[in-house]
Design a protein around this ligand. Structure first.
Ligand SMILES: Cc1cc2nc3c(=O)[nH]c(=O)nc-3n(C[C@H](O)[C@H](O)[C@H](O)COP(=O)(O)OP(=O)(O)OC[C@H]3O[C@@H](n4cnc5c(N)ncnc54)[C@H](O)[C@@H]3O)c2cc1C
Length: 402
């Protein structure tokens, strides 16, 4: 509730129009970025963003804020690199301090299989202009002396892919920056208004039903994160997406102790230190599918134990808080972006555990698609029908839940 009031205080309250050129469903970072770039890059200013709760209530306000471009396919690396490049100057662009902090990311391997994977990652990244290098344990010791290279005595670190650009950025600042930027350009951001239906006339999407009545639209973009299957169903679409919960926790704040992001491919855990001094940790998705954001003791005990295997000093820290978000997981761990079989109904989905870092480039490319009708080459590989013609973009090795 406090978030709702915070949102209302800082954002202009716009009256609901009976129609918009573009309706964006979902006031997460993606929906707001799409609205912002529609107005900024294409002059489409009659845009309405509909958020059923408060902006950033979904994954955009619950993620662990990691930015990186060290993916593992020729399609995803340029896409995430373009997003990272936009992030670097986004504070100036939005006139909003996003606390962008370049840390460097170490992706540890504790087995022969993941050692091979991290070597391949470094080579592919270099070929595509992304700074990732393979490092041996001696080098890792110098880069991160706090790390227990024995992995708690049972999972010795054999090597790592080091990605110097790895960064963190304040997640709710990204949401607020885009929301305010979009409003300055004339976009309407409606909080507390739920989309309850999608209007279809003669095979074409012509608007939405909302908790405050019908709204007509020239185009509708669905950007609702983990809830995409429910909204797509309103448009008669069935998607290859299953929603899973993903949890994270922070410790009490301490003096600066960890200056980089450390992820383990085998222990499935990652740790960074926030600007406030908290040690922030995430792990893998829950195996069960659910829309529940209830946090569990099982997660906390298992993930914290794996953190202590990497960083023994964490055993002395108290847990401050844990939370949960929901993730729209695709079969190949890559996004689903573009047109759908319903004319004028666009999809920006499949952001799973990896979508926060893609917020700016998803905004730019989806806005271009909606405004011009042309599919930007960067997102062509992520089209919905790729599974029909055997063109999956397999990224399981990079999703890594951050
Ligand atoms: C614990 C955790 C850690 C993560 N860590 C990282 C990370 O380090 N790096 C990274 O890149 N990604 C990470 N992610 C993934 C990332 O958070 C998401 O992929 C991203 O935030 C998705 O943004 P979005 O704008 O698409 O969706 P969301 O931020 O989820 O926004 C969707 C919005 O749609 C609204 N909505 C839903 N249904 C309706 C409706 N019917 N009408 C109106 N509004 C509706 C919701 O209320 C919500 O606010 C993490 C996720 C979690 C949960």
């Amino acid at each position: 509730m406090s978030g709702l009031f915070r949102g209302r205080a800082l954002l202009r309250e716009d009256g609901l129009r009976s129609g918009y050129d573009v309706v964006v469903i979902g006031g997460g970072g993606h929906g707001l970025a799409i609205a912002y770039y529609l107005a900024r890059n294409h002059g489409v200013r009659r845009v309405g963003v509909f958020e059923r709760s408060y902006i950033g209530a979904g994954g955009s306000g619950r993620n662990t804020t990691v930015l990186r471009a060290n993916y593992k396919t020729a399609q995803t690396v340029p896409f995430f690199k373009a997003s990272y490049d936009l992030y670097r100057t986004l504070s100036q662009e939005l006139d909003f301090n996003l606390l962008f902090s370049k840390r460097g990311l170490l992706w540890l391997a504790h087995s022969e299989a993941s050692l091979r994977l991290q070597r391949e990652r470094a080579l592919l990244n270099q070929a595509l202009g992304v700074d990732t290098v393979f490092v041996e344990p001696d080098e890792i010791r110098k880069l991160c002396p706090q790390l227990d290279l024995t992995g708690g005595g049972s999972r010795p670190v054999l090597g790592a892919a080091q990605h110097p650009p790895g960064a963190i950025v304040r997640h709710d600042a990204v949401v607020w920056g885009y929301a305010q930027g979009a409003q300055r350009l004339g976009v309407h951001v409606h909080q507390g208004v739920e989309v309850t239906g999608v209007t279809v006339e003669h095979g074409r999407c012509t608007g939405v039903e909302t908790s405050q009545g019908p709204v007509s639209a020239g185009a509708v973009v669905c950007a609702v994160g983990g809830w995409v299957s429910t909204v797509a169903a309103m448009a008669g679409l069935r998607l290859p997406i299953v929603t899973h919960p993903l949890q994270a926790f922070v410790t009490e704040p301490v003096a600066p102790v960890l200056d980089r992001i450390v992820a383990s491919a085998d222990l499935l855990v990652y740790v960074s230190q926030s600007a406030r001094g908290e040690l922030l940790a995430g792990a893998e998705i829950e195996r069960y599918s659910s829309y529940s954001t209830r946090s569990t003791w099982t997660f906390l005990s298992e993930a914290s134990s794996r953190c202590i295997d990497l960083f023994p000093f964490m055993a002395r820290l108290r847990i401050l808080r844990q939370w949960t978000g929901v993730c729209d997981m695709t079969p190949d761990y890559s996004p689903l972006m573009g047109t759908t079989e319903l004319d004028r109904f666009y999809l920006n989905a499949g952001w799973g555990t990896w979508g926060f870092k893609a917020t700016p480039i998803a905004g730019v490319t989806m806005a271009e698609l909606v405004a011009t009708g042309r599919v930007p080459p960067l997102i062509e590989p992520f089209r919905l029908d790729r599974f029909c013609d055997d063109r999956a973009v397999s990224e399981r090795a990079s999703a890594g839940t951050h």
